[in-house]
Design a protein around this ligand. Structure first.
Ligand code: AMP
Ligand code: MG
Length: 273
């Protein structure tokens, strides 16, 4: 197995119109099996740890990773996998829940902008400002004339961030409705997973088609060269983790980083006993 670049395989090209029904949630790129991919997953993981260490030391870049998915789509799993072993001091993970009254009294990007990662940090959004064109649209929490303007607003916001040194990667974890059923059933049956089960998730499931339409518009209207969306086939956890890990590593490699020079001349320094 070679060392395939995944930067382009799942990306939504700006201007393209994708249809989610044409994307196979069980796809596994050029891989034949998990076994086939194992070495690469391990190698990528080691490289991620090395690159993040350099990113923290160099203090030049920040990386914002946005993760969106239907319930059970694997957002928590991705974060656990991708971040295991990296230096927690260099990462901030922010989950976005139903907005608080204070958050609702501001514009919808207020709570987002505050937690965009500063230089040297990797920030992961578990859900994001995109909920404001997903759940908010599907449930008509604001009128169409309000949410429909948000695609342009989000593009402008992300462009502003990108022009100010934030590299943005966006992942939509694509699972099938049948796979969601299996995963919800598992949450119901496994006492260690029951805490994650909410009957509210069943209500959202009934709105599957509305969500798919909202996701499609999101992907087609907000994939920009400064903040591309990747549609990650996510029925198979190993492929989802591999693809996202790989795309992050390739992006960090592109930073072409170096450890900073020492602040002082170190020649001849002897550490006293
Ligand atoms: P969970 O990720 O399972 O903890 O659930 C978080 C919940 O918060 C989901 O049901 C989201 O749809 C909801 N949520 C997140 N952001 C917003 C938002 N801007 N407006 C309304 N609901 C939201
Ligand atoms: Mg949930």
């Amino acid at each position: 197995m070679g060392d395939p670049s995944l930067l382009k395989l799942h990306v939504v090209k700006p201007g393209d119109k994708i249809a989610l029904k044409d994307v196979d949630p069980s796809a596994m790129g050029n891989f034949k099996s998990k076994q086939d991919a194992r070495k690469l997953i391990l190698a990528d993981h080691e490289e991620l740890i090395r690159l993040q260490d350099m990113m923290y030391a160099e203090d030049k870049h920040s990386l914002l990773i946005v993760i969106q998915a239907m319930d059970t789509g694997g957002k928590d799993g991705v974060i656990r996998h991708v971040m295991s072993g990296v230096n927690p001091q260099g990462c901030v993970i922010t989950p976005f829940k139903v907005p608080t009254p204070e958050e609702l009294s501001h514009d919808y990007l207020w709570r987002i902008h505050k937690v965009v990662p500063p230089r040297r940090m990797i920030g992961i959004f578990n859900r994001s400002h995109y909920e404001d064109v997903l759940v908010v649209r599907v449930h008509s929490l604001v009128p169409k004339e309000v949410w429909s303007k948000r695609y342009d607003q989000i593009n402008a916001f992300e462009k502003h961030l990108a022009e100010n040194g934030v590299t943005i990667l966006k992942f939509y974890l694509h699972i099938s409705k049948a796979e969601q059923k299996l995963r919800l059933q598992e949450r119901l049956d496994d006492p260690n997973k029951q805490w994650k089960f909410s009957t509210g998730d069943l209500k959202e499931r009934e709105l599957w088609d509305d969500y798919m339409a909202a996701y499609e518009d999101m992907l087609n209207l907000t994939s920009a060269k400064w903040a591309p969306w990747h549609v990650i086939p996510a029925n198979r956890n190993w492929y989802r983790n591999l693809a996202i890990g790989r795309i992050i590593v390739e992006t960090l490699r592109g930073f072409d980083m170096q450890y900073p020079q020492p602040a002082e001349k170190l020649d001849g320094i002897v550490i006293p006993d």
